[in-house]
Design a protein around this ligand. Structure first.
Ligand code: NAD
Ligand code: MLT
Length: 315
């Protein structure tokens, strides 16, 4: 029997076409699946290719007794119960590096949007106004920037920002040295939050980082500072964030990711005039999805045709 492969959250068009053309595979869906349709297909599944919208927990695994492989077409695997997969002998892989540049660029775009108020200026123009007085911003150049999590994406952000001549402090227990002369390691999160003009978060979501950015740290930030999170919801305490933004304790924040996604329609976070929101778009570029899709297809071939496991993520 051919491996039955389900692509749950969409895939780059070219990658999907090339996947469907592989004669050894039976690939689904033909069209976008509802959750109910997905559940009826799960009993046949040999592999799932998912992004952030599908969570693979024990419930899914029970419905998919033949599942051998879950590929996270992207970076973060916090939406996969990796222990439960391991117990079921199901391999978990991701596509490391494929979307990192796009995620880093999105974080920088959010910084600039906040600093120059472009999203709010656009909304004002779209409502028919010509208001030249309400949108005076600040420059990105020569700022002190705190990067929390100095892995692939954190370091790309640091490198891309070089032209703005920043002073960078990074926090990462597992990175000893910085390859950039303008970026220094700092083990004191409180110092980073007290001193930096801009803080950007780039850690994975895991036990050690859940709620890492708490009320105490947020309340250390200077009044002119901004906070960007294009990493994962749950790393920043959203209740504390809402409170410091409501009280205008910082200049503003920009978030691409949320503790619960999609962010509820009635969320208080949607009502703030100092918070920029995007719906988990960090990896949503043509280039990133092209690279992610191509890697996922190659990894499926390696696994089912060549018996090779590539980019495995362990529990
Ligand atoms: P990475 O593994 O290369 O880097 C993560 C870094 O975080 C590592 O250097 C690690 O040492 C560090 N880290 C681990 N625990 C830490 C802690 N307690 N405190 C501080 N740092 C800690 O991963 P990456 O490719 O840079 O991606 C980072 C995260 O970005 C992903 O896990 C994913 O959740 C998120 N991401 C989001 C989007 C998006 O669409 N918004 C896109 C891609 C990735
Ligand atoms: C990731 O971790 O790679 C991101 O969540 C990107 C995505 O797939 O949207």
């Amino acid at each position: 029997m051919k491996p039955f492969i389900i692509v749950t959250d969409g895939m780059d068009k070219n990658a999907f076409t090339s996947l469907k053309a592989i004669p050894e595979f039976d690939v689904h869906p033909e069209a976008k699946l509802t959750q109910d349709q997905l559940k009826t297909l799960l009993p046949k599944a040999s592999a799932l290719v998912i992004r952030s919208a599908t969570s693979v927990g024990a419930e899914y695994l029970e419905m998919a007794p033949n599942l051998k492989l879950v590929i996270r077409a992207g970076e973060g695997t916090d939406n996969i119960d990796k222990k439960a997969c391991e117990q079921k002998n199901c391999t978990v892989e991701n596509t490391p590096g494929a979307n990192n540049n796009s995620a880093a660029e999105h974080a920088i775009a959010l910084m600039m949007t906040l600093l120059r108020k472009t999203a709010w200026a656009h909304a004002s123009m779209a409502s028919g106004q010509w208001d030249k007085n309400s949108f005076t911003g600040v420059e990105l150049s020569n700022k002190k920037i705190g990067i929390i999590g100095f892995g692939r994406i954190g370091q790309i952000v640091c490198k891309r920002l070089a032209g703005f001549e920043p002073e960078v402090m990074f926090y990462d227990p597992f990175i000893k040295e910085s390859p950039f002369s303008y970026a220094k390691k700092c083990d004191d999160l409180k110092k980073i939050f007290s001193e930096c003009d801009i803080i950007t978060i780039h850690t994975p979501l895991m036990d050690a980082t859940r709620g890492l950015i708490n009320a105490e740290l947020l309340n250390c930030m200077p009044k002119h500072a901004i906070l960007v999170n294009a990493a994962r919801g749950g790393i920043v305490d959203e209740v504390a964030l809402l409170s410091i933004l409501k009280e205008k304790k910082i200049r503003g924040a920009a978030f691409d990711v949320f503790a619960k996604e999609p962010l509820e329609e009635s969320s208080e976070l949607r009502k703030l005039d100092n918070l920029i929101l995007t719906p988990h778009l960090g990896a949503s570029t043509e280039e990133a999805q092209d690279r992610v899709g191509a890697m996922a297809v190659e990894q499926l071939k390696e696994f089912f045709i060549n018996n090779k496991t590539v980019n495995q993520v362990k529990a």
